[in-house]
Design a protein around this ligand. Structure first.
Ligand code: GLN
Length: 454
């Protein structure tokens, strides 16, 4: 009731939730109460969570914040949410996001922008919460849920976490089942939690992760007790500092934050090692070929026949055209066009195949440093703090928006786990995050190290 009341009071100004499931939340909470009284509670019994609109939730609004999925209420539950409910969590509602998870500011949502609960000192200017999991990050930051599910294809968990002073982890590709999560770029997508602190993220990820026969890319490895990693010493651990992440034009506040993170880990007994990831600068352009290519293929299913919106036409072709023209927003259409172009005959070799080769080189950069003994890599999470809503520079130049992902996309391209952890405030009092990148399936070391920083 406290969380539902907080949502009802604050959501009008934040727009973090696009559907609040009052009755379902109360019903689920009642079941949890009964279990807890009998001492039968699961790991998340009674914990109220917000769910990104990308996850299929049975009988509940699931539209990936797109007009094209109008009225879609799935008859099945995603594996991630089913796992959370099985452990006793309670659903508060569905959270706003960029349409089909494409964006870095949560402004491409059909349901309008999410407003960051943070403000720069002395200013009333509205800021974005980041994207695409902007609703998740804003809701956690404003206490409108105890934790939230999110997804990350190129940074959509870590960048909004950094912009809102919350914790967000993108697990290793394969750690979490993608079944029932609306697909954006299938070889990059992973779900993970956004939470208030590192311990909550550890508890939530344990529940979300599982091998699943319905997602053949999910991996059959035991899910460790991540919470047990918290509080372990980082003494003797080797922390890599990649020189390529010192990008041109990076604000002094971000550089200072990075140095602070280095100092904290050194003080805790870790060894700091300068490293090189030479192909870093190719990650962003390669990502913006691979991701739209996969998206253009995944979005082919929204044709007005199978789901949601249907705009009639004189024949079936015109019905497809009318539905897709009206149903998709500008950014999604841009991705479909880029993706279709780079996959088309004559351009495939020049763009898509080339991007896949670059992806292999990026992955190899990481493999080399881990093989040389590095345990964790420390970088800033974003190249800036949260920016303004309807920022003109960003609106007029999509590439400026894409540059926001410069520190996060490499991790998806390599399939590695990455965590964003709040590490301080900039000169205007806005939160900034650091990112830790780990070995495949070694999320434990990320939780262990992140806890030293938070
Ligand atoms: N901002 C990136 C994009 O627009 C990443 C989005 C995401 O991780 N879902 O593609």
């Amino acid at each position: 009731d406290a969380y539902l009341g907080a949502i009802d009071a604050a959501n009008g100004s934040l727009n973090a939730y696009i559907a609040v499931t009052h009755d379902k939340a109360r019903d689920m909470a009642k079941v949890s109460d009964e279990k807890l009284v009998k001492g039968e509670g699961g790991a998340l019994e009674g914990i109220p969570l917000g769910i990104k609109d990308l996850f299929a939730t049975e009988g509940v609004h699931t539209q990936a914040c797109s007009h094209v999925l109008d009225g879609f209420e799935p008859c099945y539950e995603s594996t991630v949410t089913a796992n959370l409910w099985a452990d006793g969590a309670v659903m508060l509602g569905k959270l706003n996001m960029d349409e089909f998870a494409m964006g870095s500011s949560n402004e491409t949502s059909y349901y309008g922008a999410v407003i960051n609960p943070w403000r720069a000192g002395g200013s009333n200017k509205q800021l974005v919460p980041g994207g695409s999991s902007g609703g998740s990050a804003a809701a956690v930051s404003a206490w409108l849920c105890a934790g939230a599910t999110a997804t990350d294809t190129g940074g959509s968990i870590r960048q909004p976490a950094a912009f809102t002073g919350t914790v967000g982890i993108k697990p290793t590709y394969g750690r979490v089942s993608r079944w029932g999560t609306v697909a954006f770029a299938s070889s990059l997508d992973q779900a993970g939690p956004i939470s208030r602190d590192v311990r909550d993220a550890a508890i939530m990820l344990k529940s979300m992760a599982s091998v699943d026969a319905r997602d053949t890319t999910s991996v059959d490895l035991p899910v460790p007790d991540y919470e047990a990693a918290i509080g372990r010493s980082v003494k003797g651990m080797k922390i890599g500092i990649p020189k390529e992440y010192r990008v041109e034009g990076m604000p002094a506040d971000i550089e200072a934050l990075w140095q602070k993170g280095i100092a904290w880990l050194k003080e805790a007994g870790a060894e700091i090692v300068d490293i090189s990831l030479p192909h870093t600068k190719y990650a962003l352009p390669a990502y913006y070929i691979v991701a739209p290519a996969e998206a253009s293929s995944n979005l082919a299913r929204y044709d007005g026949v199978r789901y949601g919106l249907r705009v009639p036409g004189k024949d079936i072709i015109e019905m497809y055209e009318n539905t897709r023209a009206a149903g998709f927003g500008r950014e999604v259409k841009r991705r479909i066009m880029i993706g279709t172009y780079v996959l088309s005959a004559g351009y495939y070799d020049a763009y898509y195949l080339q991007a896949q080769k670059v992806r292999t080189l990026i992955k190899k950069d990481f493999e080399d440093v881990f093989a040389a003994g590095i345990d964790v890599i420390l970088t800033p999470a974003t190249p800036s703090a949260a920016f303004g809503v309807a920022d003109e520079d960003m609106a007029n130049d999509p590439v400026k928006m894409y540059l926001n992902d410069v520190f996060t996309v490499t991790v998806n391209m390599a399939g590695l786990p990455g965590i964003a952890v709040p590490a301080g405030l900039d000169a205007n009092g806005l939160p900034l995050g650091l990112q830790l990148i780990g070995r495949p399936f070694d999320e434990e070391t990320l939780f262990q190290t992140a806890h030293v920083i938070e």
